[in-house]
Design a protein around this ligand. Structure first.
Ligand code: SF4
Length: 413
């Protein structure tokens, strides 16, 4: 193997998710500050939280990239220089930009910061890539519309620039995320990270002289899903991405739960480790695919990697999320002497229920919740409040950050 397997870049919607992404095997995380990054609703980091996140990641040898990928208006430029200098001071490893004006500001204000070009910049050919490299860009997150063949050709013609692609998660139906639908309908701009996802709402037909009379547009009894894209999943094709010269693989999902981040990051970590052992004979294990079914997702697709036909990634069947398991909590500490796990609750669960534990090493262990005790040791039938810490008996000895879940029925997003 003449070069390392691609870097795994996982989403960090907030400090807690950053920790899970790192512990479950990400090589790098990407996150947004309270301003200047897309995904305004993702939680995002204050500068103080960012400093803590950078410290947590760096102590474990992982990298942190910060999104500054708004398409800036004049008014947004005023606060940027100080923000960029602050990012450099905090020691973040790189910034992800989309706007040439912002890129220039990074070079002027924080020349030491590595610059990644966001997928929003819509890089679709090798000349664009070369152009951006000449502007100081080290890595380009390619447009999602490219096929593997095109990616391989881009790498062959401009080998010095790192290529990153999205490999897993929700896909926006608009071209490289450029869309005014949300702006027009809700005043929340997708290009400033505030998309309300109106493309996934259900629509009806109205004749202009008959206001109030709605004619359903039906593909099935639940409505129509013409804008509704499937979720990307490339875990079975990591060898093809590696062969095409891709340097980094990105998981989408800064607004997803820690269960989602931990599970998906863990699956891709294990898959990349398999690839590293034998890139010629890479086969994704069936249990890894099963794991991806356990988190909230739409039907999976390989997007445009094997076909330019956009309809390949539209899911005309349903916009409903599916998942096989509900996230119920995670382990803070395991008391080996008492045989009890201290669990921070995130979903309803009760004594006597079957459960499953996912560990940061990727082990999946079935168990039964034998008992639940409040912090003072009093037995409880069920863990009542989200974020309450409870002692749980019946779980095997597992390390902190292990995820507790149960067959679907609860309420994870
Ligand atoms: S409305 Fe839909 S298509 Fe438009 S930016 Fe938002 S998620 Fe993408």
């Amino acid at each position: 193997m003449d070069r390392p397997v691609p870097e795994l870049v996982a989403p960090a919607g907030d400090l807690e998710k950053l920790k899970f992404a790192v512990v479950y095997g990400a090589d790098a995380v990407y996150l947004g500050g309270k301003e200047f990054g897309l995904r305004a609703r993702a939680g995002n980091f204050t500068l103080e939280e960012m400093a803590l996140g950078v410290g947590f990641a760096h102590r474990r040898g992982k990298r942190v990239y910060v999104t500054v990928n708004i398409f800036a208006r004049n008014r947004h430029l005023d606060g940027l220089p100080a923000y960029l200098r602050e990012l450099a001071r905090l020691g973040v490893d790189g910034v992800i930009v989309a706007d040439p004006g912002v890129l220039e500001l990074v070079r002027e204000e924080a020349p030491g910061l590595e610059i990644h070009l966001s997928t929003q910049a819509n890089t679709t050919n090798w000349r664009s890539l070369r152009f951006w490299a000449r502007q100081g860009v080290k890595r380009v997150v390619l447009a999602r519309e490219l096929t593997l063949e095109e990616i391989a050709e881009i790498h062959r013609l401009v080998p010095g620039v790192e290529l990153e692609v999205f490999v897993h998660g929700a896909m926006c139906i608009s071209y490289s995320g450029r869309c005014l639908l949300s702006s027009v309908m809700t005043g929340r701009s997708a290009n400033l990270g505030e998309c309300a996802q109106p493309c996934r709402w259900s629509y009806a037909l109205v004749e202009e002289k008959r206001p109030g009379q709605f004619f359903p547009v039906e593909e099935d009894e639940r409505g129509t899903y013409v804008f509704n894209s499937s979720d990307l999943c490339m875990v079975e094709h990591l060898d093809r991405l590696y062969a095409a010269g891709v340097r980094a693989l990105k998981i989408e999902g800064r607004v997803k739960s820690i269960h989602y981040v931990a599970t998906v990051t863990g699956v891709y970590r294990r898959a990349l480790d398999l690839l590293a052992r034998d890139p010629e004979n890479y086969r994704c294990l069936p249990e890894l695919l099963q794991e991806l079914e356990k988190v909230s997702h739409r039907p999976y697709t390989t997007g445009f990697f094997f076909s330019e036909r956009a309809e390949m990634s539209v899911n005309p069947v349903s916009s409903v999320y599916r998942r096989a398991y509900d996230f119920t909590g995670f382990v803070r500490y395991y008391d080996h002497r008492a045989g009890l796990a201290l669990v921070e609750q995130r979903g309803v669960f009760a004594a006597g229920e079957e459960a499953e534990v996912l560990t940061p090493a990727g082990e999946v262990i079935s168990c039964r919740v034998e008992e639940i005790l409040d912090p003072d040791g009093r037995p409880m039938e069920r863990a009542p409040h989200p974020r309450q810490w409870v002692w749980v008996g019946g779980m095997p000895p597992v390390p902190p950050y292990s995820i507790l879940r149960r067959p679907a029925g609860g309420g994870e997003k």
